[in-house]
Write a protein that binds this ligand. Structure first.
Ligand SMILES: NC(=O)c1ccc[n+]([C@@H]2O[C@H](COP(=O)([O-])OP(=O)(O)OC[C@H]3O[C@@H](n4cnc5c(N)ncnc54)[C@H](O)[C@@H]3O)[C@@H](O)[C@H]2O)c1
Length: 339
């Protein structure tokens, strides 16, 4: 199949791109390359891969000619980044992705899969499934929810739209993120011998390994359209719902270290425990990895210096840096003229 992945240079996208190529698909990665292109460098010579540096708000729709499936990953990818500039978040995460879906339909793409998030459930008691009303609390979650609505509305017999609401992701990627719970806990212990825990530790979150969520996109793409048309799937597994404090204990145990921790942040207003039966029954999705293995692989990679943290591995810090740089450049004047 010919696949276009927006945000293909990102944390999930760079893992998904590799899995797609391994399965013999031809991939176009369309990414603004906000974090650089190192994550795709190793595979950049692959004859089945085309890397396009462009923006989902502006790219020429011709790029979509002869594409069978679009996987729309590009976004400012977490709550704090979404709050840095809510207008840009809406323009990219909502309007940008609605634009990708509209263009895809116009260019006769058959399938469109939106990378959404379980964060749209916000705060709710009980176990939530795809029929539970959304409760998006942040700009990031609201933009996801609006993108879901607009893209699903385009679904018809010629153009199949499917939404995947991913759990919080963990595990190693060529474009590492340490701002995700399990990854950050592991890094915190590696650097300071203490696991950072977001207050107050009782909040529930579902988790999924980066290879597993990537596999879910591929399985969705390969499932017959009657089963996935205009459907929403939570992506994760019932067994990987955790409260944050016990999760930190589990991370410590997996690495084999004494459980020392430190608190950060103000109490998290988001808490959600998710039911993943629909993906299991219809997509036949079953994760291969657990947080125990995920924490261990990251810890080993840190110890072996295969991965390291930097400003770029914190999404909000890196975007803040880009915004500051942009403002700085806008204010440089030469002979009284703005550059
Ligand atoms: N990582 C998670 O835990 C998680 C959980 C649920 C949902 N998601 C969603 O999955 C998707 C991928 O997340 P990720 O963790 O890989 O994030 P990421 O930030 O690592 O990757 C996003 C990619 O999108 C690109 N991008 C951003 N704006 C763009 C634009 N205007 N045009 C083109 N490219 C643009 C960035 O350069 C980056 O490479 C996002 O939509 C995110 O919201 C992620």
């Amino acid at each position: 199949m010919n696949v276009l992945i927006t945000g293909g240079a990102g944390y999930i996208g760079s893992v998904l791109t590799r899995l797609m190529l391994d399965r013999g698909h031809k991939v176009k990665c369309l990414d603004r390359i906000f974090f650089g292109d190192e994550s795709l460098k190793e595979i950049s010579g692959n004859k089945n891969l085309e890397i396009i540096k462009d923006d989902i708000r502006r790219f020429d729709g011709k790029i979509l000619d002869n594409i069978d499936t679009v996987i729309d990953m590009a976004a400012l990818s977490n709550d704090p980044s979404g709050d840095l500039n809510p207008e840009s978040t809406m323009n990219i995460n909502y309007k940008g992705r609605a634009r990708v879906a509209e263009l895809a339909k116009k260019h006769a793409v058959k399938r469109y899969i939106l990378a959404s998030s379980c964060s749209i459930y916000g705060f709710r008691e009980g176990i939530l499934d795809e029929n539970t009303p959304a409760n998006p609390l942040t700009t990031y979650a609201k933009a996801n929810y609006m993108a879901e609505k607009d893209t699903l509305a385009l679904s018809d017999n010629e153009f199949t739209v499917t939404v995947l609401r991913q759990a919080t992701v963990y595990g190693l990627s060529p474009k590492m993120r340490f701002d995700l719970a399990i990854n950050g806990m592991t890094l915190g212990f590696y650097k300071n011998k203490k696991i950072p825990i977001m207050r107050d530790g009782t909040q529930w979150r579902p988790f999924v390994h980066v290879k597993d969520t990537s596999k879910a996109f591929i399985q969705t793409m390969e499932t017959e359209i009657e089963l996935i048309q205009k459907e929403i799937f939570n992506i994760g597994s019932n067994e990987q719902n955790y409260q944050i404090f016990p999760l930190a204990e589990l991370v410590a145990k997996s690495i084999g270290i004494p459980f020392n921790y430190e608190w950060y942040g103000s109490p998290d207003t988001r808490s959600y425990k998710i039911n993943f039966d629909k993906a299991k029954n219809i997509l036949k999705f079953k994760p291969d990895n657990t947080p125990k293995e995920g924490a261990k692989e990251i810890y080993n990679a840190l110890e072996n210096k295969e991965v390291t943290d930097s400003m770029k591995t914190s999404t909000v810090k890196w975007y803040k840096n880009l915004i500051d740089m942009d403002n700085f450049l806008k204010n440089i004047k030469i002979d009284g003229k703005v550059l």
